[in-house]
Design a protein around this ligand. Sequence first.
Ligand code: ADP
Ligand code: 5GP
Length: 201
Amino acid sequence: MTVGKRGILFVLSGPSGAGKGTVCQALMARQPALSLSVSATTRLPREGEQHGVNYFFKSTEEFRTMIANNQLLEWAEVYGKFYGTPRSFVEDRLEQGIDVLLEIDIQGAMQVRCTYPDGVFLFLIPPSATELRSRILGRGSETDESFQRRFGAARHELQQMKEYNYVVVNDVVVSACARIEAIIQAEHCSVHRNLELLNEW
Ligand code: ADP
Ligand code: 5GP
């Protein structure tokens, strides 16, 4: 990466159960130079989730204070809970020339697109509706109502794919990661991000 160059902001969305969390974790293991933003949320931790690693788990009051203090780059209510991206982490990393990955919902991604039109927007989808159903159920963390809500939202969410730059099918985790890595490389090679090369000639 060229000295003094800003990092690229990558935003990954997709229906609940598509495998966003799984793919992001696998990607981080393969791409240590990429920085994953940890979101704040008012939802309860799932088994095994850790504060500061998977999310910053907040009360609704704490979350509202973050909004009031302009500490969130974007935020949205998703499936009845609040989720948001801490602003300073993202801004600092990009300024330092480090690429940042956000794993956020569609409403949040559309907000980010307004502030970072230069960001790269990726949509992760499962190979089929049947597979999506079994992934959400297989996670074993949803109540019946929460499952219905998440699975029911998927059809509408898939329509939003058109707002994104890339679609990645998460059939096999390593294959999905390889596709995302190829996108990251391609974006680094895009002409509009490399116009300073002309000056060197
Ligand atoms: P999301 O973050 O999009 O809601 P998760 O990462 O929690 O989805 O994945 C949902 C479930 O599907 C998890 O149990 C996960 O282990 C499983 N999963 C994710 N990707 C794959 C894949 N490519 N093949 C099979 N199972 C997967
Ligand atoms: P989950 O509860 O399954 O971890 O996440 C539910 C949804 O919230 C997912 O679509 C996930 O992408 C989204 N989400 C996670 N963090 C954020 C965030 O910081 N902002 C927004 N807008 N959505 C988020």
